[in-house]
Design a binder for this molecule. Structure first.
Ligand SMILES: C[S@@+](CC[C@H](N)C(=O)[O-])C[C@H]1O[C@@H](n2cnc3c(N)ncnc32)[C@H](O)[C@@H]1O
Length: 215
């Protein structure tokens, strides 16, 4: 198995060997951010975001978990007229993300809301065509009812890191302190898969990604 415990090594290596690097104005910065160890979306998750944004052409996007702004900028690069709202609670990340949005002249397209997503989501009244969830994994079941409420019908929902190194599928974590995250992600995936208003596929790529459409 690979280091994420999800895909066999030979498959993972093969996929990486044939993958073409991203082009566009963000490509150079993406490389630097990865080399510096920022927890930004894995390359193939970025590819999925690009494809879904190109297909869906969302006018309004919600992202939960900004980090330094990579995925927001990538979605903005793909759909230049989209309005993006992104939520982040870490002050260090917030500062860098704001700097990056300025540097790419995207501050008018990407609005960063500072604070804990669990407190912000219940107060959001806008409707979104696409929601990308990439934040505290243990909170995914808490976020889901609000995400469902604010996602338009026909809207697309993507959530990242749902298999948590494969431990969710195994049903047990590597260490005791991760037990709650594994239980909550399992609860979240059951909730999402069984929701009759959604059609969901779970991709065993990267750390596990779901793609759903709200009917
Ligand atoms: C994996 S990173 C996001 C990466 C980003 N989506 C990208 O690809 O560029 C997760 C981020 O979510 C933030 N986060 C975690 N829990 C959060 C919460 N409850 N509310 C707001 N932000 C949160 C973390 O501070 C971290 O910066």
């Amino acid at each position: 198995m690979s280091k994420t415990g999800i895909v066999f090594d030979h498959v993972s290596e093969y996929l990486q060997s044939i993958r073409r690097d991203r082009s566009g104005w963000l490509a150079e910065k993406e490389k630097i951010w990865r080399e510096n160890g920022f927890p930004i979306a894995e390359p193939e998750v970025g590819d999925l975001l690009e494809i879904i944004c190109s297909l869906k052409q969302p006018k309004k996007i919600l992202e939960i978990g900004t980090c330094i702004g990579f995925s927001s900028l990538l979605m903005s690069q793909t759909v230049s007229d989209a309005e993006i709202i992104t939520i982040e609670r870490n002050p260090v990340m917030i500062k860098d993300a704001r700097k990056n949005f300025e540097a790419y002249d995207k501050s008018h397209r990407i609005k960063l809301i500072e604070g804990d997503a669990a407190e912000i989501l219940p107060n959001l009244d806008d409707t979104f065509d696409l929601v990308f969830l990439d934040a505290a994994k243990g909170q995914y079941p808490v976020y889901f009812p609000d995400i469902k409420r604010i996602l338009s019908s026909g809207g697309v929902f993507i959530s990242d890191n749902v298999l948590f190194n494969g431990y969710v599928a195994k049903g047990s974590p590597d260490r005791h302190r991760n037990k709650t995250i594994v239980m909550r992600l399992d609860e979240y995936l059951q909730m999402l898969e069984s929701d009759q208003d959604f059609k969901t596929v779970l991709f065993p790529i990267s750390d596990g990604v779901t793609l759903s459409i709200k009917k």
